[in-house]
Design a protein around this ligand. Structure first.
Ligand code: G3P
Ligand code: CA
Length: 414
């Protein structure tokens, strides 16, 4: 029977369109709990600094109905303080009682100031700048942990970011808890914690996006089978370099680790930057499930080569007065459109103004400002200034003096 099942999984892995995510997510298990007291801000800050894509929260409910972040159902292992407040079951203490306790002293004196955080305080501290991997821990339906969790997601505007980008993943060993969340909002991404096998794959694909197995039971084949069913695999809790390497070689989509720095080092350049890893994983899963199609739709345009020169109204000096020395001035403008890498505006030798066979003594002066451009321009204007000196004793013949000039707009870099 066992053999038949194993062969079935392998066959599925070979023929189905298995789709692993393009990223392997670094999940800071209880924060950087290898080097900081678990589930404290110190542990979360450290995990993020070490490259974790997610910080994990285990949820418990206080006697007055507040979601706090603590792994154990009792305070005894990781909390210190007055015995009446800081020992015993979490759900027999009020939040005020628990806040009198230290959540870091057990780990080291330097962490004595750390408190048990509420989930709300975690959201207040990090907002939408991080990704959260939240576990409903041993949930009692009477506590309504799931409703409280979704209310906080809404209060901190995390529901849509969770649905679309997996900014919040909800995990549980309790399929019933996950199914309660699924019944409230079927779009939320859920991860079942438990054995990775054909039965769990078949069950979880109905409501979840992945399975979080203990890493000891993970094989290349069962990862492939999960991928064939479009489910992610996030093993816990993978701490040694050798185990991390083995899980990566199986193609898991991420893993819980107390040492995010070790996983980050092995991922190297493949490590997801910032918030983008979960977003990528979410999109990859939608593609696998046929819920997202990426259709290339190129959009663009072209620019034809253009060198355009428009001159303004012809310049005129007006009337020259014989017997009076003067430099007459006139101007017009040039408008340039150029798509070239450079352009310059020049004028051919202007020569002298003529009146029939009569010619003025001094040449016409022409100055163009500006007369060069180092990149494309649209409707750039230049001033063209004309000067015409007339001497006091210069003979002037009655009539109209004129000259047609040739301006050239050119480029060396079309
Ligand atoms: O949630 C993944 C992993 O943390 C499950 O084990 O006992 O550490 O919550 P535990
Ligand atoms: Ca956990």
């Amino acid at each position: 029977m066992k053999k038949t099942l194993a062969l079935g999984l392998l066959a599925l892995a070979c023929v189905a369109p298995a789709q692993a995510s393009a990223v392997q997510l670094n999940i800071g298990h209880r924060g950087a709990s290898g080097t900081r007291p678990e589930h404290t801000f110190a542990a979360y800050d450290r995990a993020l600094a070490l490259g974790a894509d997610y910080i994990e929260q285990d949820l418990q409910v206080t006697s007055d109905g507040v979601l706090v972040v603590l792994h154990d159902g009792t305070l005894n292992r990781t909390v210190r303080g007055p015995a009446e407040n800081c020992t015993g079951a979490v759900d027999t203490k009020t939040l005020a009682q628990i806040k009198t306790c230290s959540a870091g002293e057990w780990f080291g004196a330097e962490w004595a100031g750390e408190k048990v955080p509420t989930l709300e305080e975690v959201f207040q501290r990090y907002g939408k700048t991080v990704n959260y991997y939240i576990e409903t821990k041993t949930p009692d339906p009477e506590d309504d942990m799931e409703t409280k969790l979704l209310a906080l997601l809404d209060k901190y505007d995390l529901r849509n970011a969770s649905i679309n980008d997996w900014q919040v993943l909800i995990q549980s060993f309790s399929a019933d808890s996950l199914k309660r969340v699924h019944a409230m909002d079927a779009r939320l991404p859920l991860v079942f914690l438990g054995t990775l096998n054909a039965a769990s794959i078949q069950s979880v694909r109905e409501y979840g996006v992945g399975i979080g197995p203990s890493f000891g039971g993970v094989t290349q084949a069962n990862v492939a089978a999960a991928h064939a069913a479009c489910l992610n695999v996030h093993p816990y809790t993978v701490n040694t370099d050798a185990d991390i390497a083995r899980m990566l070689s199986y193609g898991v989509d991420g893993m819980f680790t107390n040492f995010p720095e070790r996983l980050e080092a092995q991922l190297g350049a493949a490590a997801a930057p910032g918030l983008t890893g979960p977003k990528t994983a979410a999109a990859d899963l939608r593609r696998c499930r046929g819920e997202q199609k990426d259709v290339p739709a190129p959009v663009g345009g072209t620019v034809g080569a253009t060198l355009s020169l428009t001159l303004g109204t012809p310049g005129t000096f007006g009337a020259f007065t014989p017997g009076v020395e003067k430099v007459y001035t006139a101007s017009t403008k040039a408008t340039v459109v150029s798509t070239a890498g450079d352009a310059s505006l020049t004028v051919a030798d202007p020569g002298k103004l003529t009146n029939g066979t009569f010619t003025l003594a001094s040449p016409l002066g022409v100055a163009i400002t500006p007369n060069a451009w180092t990149g494309p321009v649209s409707n750039a204007e230049s001033v063209i200034a004309f000067t015409q000196p007339i001497a006091a004793n210069e003979p002037l013949r009655t009539g109209t003096y004129a000259k047609t000039l040739t301006f050239t707009l050119s480029t060396t870099n079309p």
